[in-house]
Write a protein that binds this ligand. Structure first.
Ligand code: SF4
Ligand code: SF4
Length: 67
């Protein structure tokens, strides 16, 4: 089974992934990362690891790992 991992410090809050996720599993959170951006969080129970967020993110935030 695959799992989605996020490197929140890389996120620049562009929301490309939030818009594209077919499961509406992504959202920006209230907290800021060290760069001052509202980073993205995933609702793991909604995510099916389709990989679209990995494709659209310009900043390499996502990684899909096999388990
Ligand atoms: S892997 Fe697919 S379902 Fe999961 S957060 Fe990314 S775009 Fe959404
Ligand atoms: S596409 Fe990448 S940089 Fe943009 S909000 Fe999503 S995770 Fe952050």
């Amino acid at each position: 089974m695959a799992t989605l991992h996020l490197e929140k410090e890389r996120c620049k809050s562009c929301e490309f992934c939030v818009t594209e996720c077919p499961k509406e599993a992504l959202s920006t959170c209230e907290d800021l990362n060290s760069g001052g951006y509202h980073y993205v969080e995933v609702e793991e129970e909604k995510c099916n690891c389709c990989g679209l967020c990995y494709v659209v993110c310009p900043d390499g935030v996502f990684e899909i790992r096999a388990q």
